[in-house]
Design a protein around this ligand. Structure first.
Ligand code: SF4
Length: 420
């Protein structure tokens, strides 16, 4: 293979296709893992059955989660869930049934992803695993079916946009604020079909859990993936979760970037994405008086142990304000058990939080936590489009778990830096 300098994305796609791949090339690449969820796998199964293939290429490299409408809210969804259960059993595929958690938490947590991997998932936030140096990207149901059959998929090698976060993160400011600021700055289509290569000291200072939040939202500025370096924190995290051997990949000196951007985090405030666009972002000092009727902490963006611990620290000994609700959905059963073990769960419930099944929770509006007309919700999720959470007449503000916790105490959007 030629030694032309490569970005992380170019290198992973080269290694998986056996080609000297550079931005703009089309390659057919071998897949390390494929994930489906209950909203997309029913169609993927129908497509797979039409291919005339009896068996998936390797059942050990495939999993399906029942996380979006979990447990099932109605007969139609129950029928899809049953179809998925039957398919998984017939193919010997690992099924993560109701209550196991969100696909993007399950994939790394259960050891299916290691640095250097190429992963696809029939869900747009599959980019989450970029935090552990994986080229991990969302695809449609028919592509998932083709991947199940062949273990391969075609890719147009993306150009790379290098984002460097420098400086020391101020108190009360978190990884969610870093990614909201980036999306606010470059807009929702600022990195369309690009690979974000995200690094810098401010990223290295973050925990791996906090880095997942940033990689998860890469798609919200159009990126195919948001890849980060495999430093010692990542390698230790992966060793704890996976038996597979990592193959970390770093960019070559002289790699060609389509764009570069440096963000100094030292003076960053907590950020809020206002309705109804994820790039409608302002610093919290500019938000004004916004009453809140519902808070939500969870999702593949911010439903990890650290997120709930941060919220619990703020809510300890306090109460969710009368007239306001707080729903919490751990991103996985493992996280829920850890929350119970360390007292985080008790603290949040004592403060008035209402736990729901580990999984997507109210994020996508399919089964619980649908806000009423005219209500304002503050959420740790990644999307605030009109109709997200199930009601086009509600208003969704996106923020960090700390900002959500501070806000439900006040019953209005509140700055977590003022919480004691
Ligand atoms: Fe999608 Fe929300 Fe589930 Fe994440 S938590 S996979 S954004 S529905």
């Amino acid at each position: 293979m030629s030694s032309s300098p490569k970005t992380i994305a170019e290198k992973i796609l080269s290694l998986h296709s056996g080609k000297d791949a550079k931005a703009g090339d089309i390659v057919i690449a071998d897949l390390d893992f494929l994930i489906g969820q209950d909203g997309t796998s029913g169609v993927a199964i129908d497509s797979f059955n039409k291919l005339g293939v009896n068996k998936v290429f390797d059942p050990h490299k495939i999993a399906i989660t029942i996380d979006h409408s979990s447990p099932s809210p109605n007969l139609g969804v129950s029928a899809i869930h049953q179809k998925i259960r039957d398919f998984a059993a017939a193919q010997g595929i690992k099924l993560y049934d109701i209550g196991c958690g969100v696909c993007h938490q399950i994939t790394p947590e259960q050891g299916h992803a290691v640095p250097g991997d190429l992963i696809i998932g029939a869900d747009s936030h599959t980019c989450t695993c970029g935090a552990i140096n994986v080229f991990s990207t969302g695809i449609g149901s028919t592509d998932l079916a083709a991947g199940w059959a062949s273990g391969k998929l075609w890719f147009k090698v993306p150009e790379t946009f290098k984002v460097t976060y420098k400086g020391k993160l101020p108190k009360g400011v978190f990884s969610k604020d870093l990614i909201l600021r980036l999306i606010g700055d470059i807009t929702a289509d600022g990195a369309t079909y690009m690979a974000l290569e995200i690094g810098g000291q401010a990223i290295l200072d973050l925990s791996v859990d906090a880095r997942f939040t940033i990689a998860n939202m890469a798609i919200e500025c159009g990126a195919k993936v948001g890849i980060m370096p495999a430093d010692k924190k990542v390698m230790d995290w992966v060793e704890k979760h996976s038996k597979r051997s990592p193959k970390p990949v770093e960019a070559d000196p002289g790699a060609i970037y389509a764009k570069t951007l440096e963000i100094d985090v030292a003076k960053l405030e907590p950020q809020i994405a206002k309705p109804h666009q994820v790039d409608n972002v302002c610093p919290i000092s500019q938000i004004g008086d916004v009453a809140i009727q519902q808070g939500f902490i969870g999702t593949c963006t911010n439903g990890r142990l650290e997120d709930f611990q941060i919220a619990a620290k703020i809510l300890k000994g306090k109460k969710v304000k009368d007239g306001c609700r707080l729903i919490i959905a751990p991103a996985s059963k493992e996280i829920m058990l850890d929350m119970i073990k360390d007292g985080t769960f008790q603290t949040l419930v004592d403060a008035g939080a209402v736990p729901v099944t580990p999984g997507c929770g109210p994020c996508v509006g399919t089964h619980n936590g649908v806000p009423s007309d005219g209500e304002n919700v503050i959420s740790t999720a990644n999307r605030n489009f009109k109709g997200r959470m199930g009601n086009p007449n509600a208003f969704i503000y996106l923020a960090s778990p700390a900002t959500v916790a501070a806000s439900v105490i006040e019953g209005k959007i509140a700055d977590p830096r003022d919480s004691r």
